[in-house]
Ligand binder design. Structure first.
Ligand code: FES
Ligand code: FES
Length: 140
């Protein structure tokens, strides 16, 4: 048995052919960047979204330095947020990612990293569009 047998075929698919690997221009006001790390294992995930003027996510890219499950989770996350509104993208749950990839309990934090990365990217986009107003409101 190779270690690969531990992974569900949906993980293997996204690991071998990750979708949307790469970067978007983080200085673009329509681009939101999320960079998160998992304290449990030290893996790092960067996820970026590009939003059009109607609030629809038209592009998403990721770079993940981590395990197969983390790479598969971020690949799936970029596929799922593309075409969604910003509000709907907030609703992507790590549990849905884990379910789609059949992640075992020990790998659940890999999908959490993907949810955190999506939310961080969405928050970054909102703060940029808002000119920092949201941050100030939150601080009051
Ligand atoms: Fe080593 Fe995730 S714990 S790659
Ligand atoms: Fe840490 Fe997968 S083992 S992100």
């Amino acid at each position: 048995n190779t270690p690969v047998a531990l992974y569900h075929e949906n993980v293997i698919k996204h690991f071998e052919k990750p979708q949307n690997v790469g970067s978007l221009d983080k200085n673009d006001v329509n681009v939101g960047t999320g960079l998160v790390g998992a304290p449990a294992c030290g893996d790092v995930m960067k996820l970026q979204i590009k939003v059009d003027d109607n609030g629809k996510i038209i592009d998403a890219k990721f770079k993940t330095f981590g395990c197969a499950s983390a790479i598969a989770s971020s690949s799936l996350a970029t596929e799922w947020v593309k075409g969604k509104s910003v509000d709907d993208a907030y609703k992507v749950k790590n549990t849905d990612i884990a379910k789609e990839l059949c992640l075992p309990p020990v790998k659940l934090h890999c999908s959490m990293l993907a949810e955190d990365a999506i939310k961080a990217a969405l928050n970054d986009y909102k703060v940029k569009r808002d000119g920092g107003k949201a941050e100030k409101r939150a601080a009051v």
